[in-house]
Design a protein around this ligand. Sequence first.
Ligand SMILES: [Zn+2]
Length: 88
Amino acid sequence: MSAPIRTCVGCGATAPRGALVRVRVGDGARVMVDTTWSGGRGAWLHPAGACLERAVRRRAFARAFRRADLACDGDELRARLTSSGGRD
Ligand SMILES: [Zn+2]
């Protein structure tokens, strides 16, 4: 059985779901790493600073979540993203 394929909103490459980190919109319209699989709309990102930066710069989160009011703390996201890398 092959793993589900998802698209990284940073670099636009596809990868098995386990190689990407799921992000979602949390309280206060904050983009956050979804460690609890809370359901709802999610976006996927490589656990890499470069992909996060691209996503922020290209406003990929606004597009992925279809809303323009998102708050995005790049530093916090980066810390969470890289520390949760490799988890499935
Ligand atoms: Zn990527």
